[in-house]
Design a protein around this ligand. Sequence first.
Ligand SMILES: [Fe+2]
Length: 214
Amino acid sequence: MRIDLYTAIHKTQRFHLFRLAQQLGRADASRPESWPPLCREVKVWLDLLEAHAQHEHDFIHPLFERCSDCATHLDAEHEALGRAMDELKQTLAAGHLDLLYARFVAFLGVYLVHIAKEEQLQASVLWTHCSDTELGDVFMRFRQSRSPDEARRDLQLMLPALSIDELTRIYSGIRQLAPSSAWEASLVMARRTLTSSEAQQLEARLAQHGSGES
Ligand SMILES: [Fe+2]
């Protein structure tokens, strides 16, 4: 299995953006008190997506630049998406909540195509021209750039979005590299976020990994 720089974070984004689209679709105009928390979360996610695009530019695009013109193309898409997100923020700021659902899902459609293209380019370009050592180095440099609070939030967002297989790989990395206090806190987070059955599956898989059976 190749080192994958995109799938986990993109699956996480899809999970939460779909959830937000559903919440916006069900938001009740006659209950104005329900809107502020939802609007705040939309704003938080727009900020997270902007930061994510910057991370891709800083950490992944230099790999593309070595072997293709993909980085130029992806940077242009990021700029267009940035303009669309600015428009969504203006919709929020102006209180045009009646327009928010339609504009959000229109943006979501374009965003989904963009991240699918990135994953296709990883397979066709990066996995052809870059070694796992190079990809792993990029991943480690990104990981080291995250503060403890950012790393905690990243994990909290990923937990409900990923498969037990994917979480096992992520948790194995945490166990290997993080301080023991962060490892213990990560396990508590999993037990609080997953169903008890899922948390048991995860811990059983980690026990197998720890004993070298997988
Ligand atoms: Fe992107």
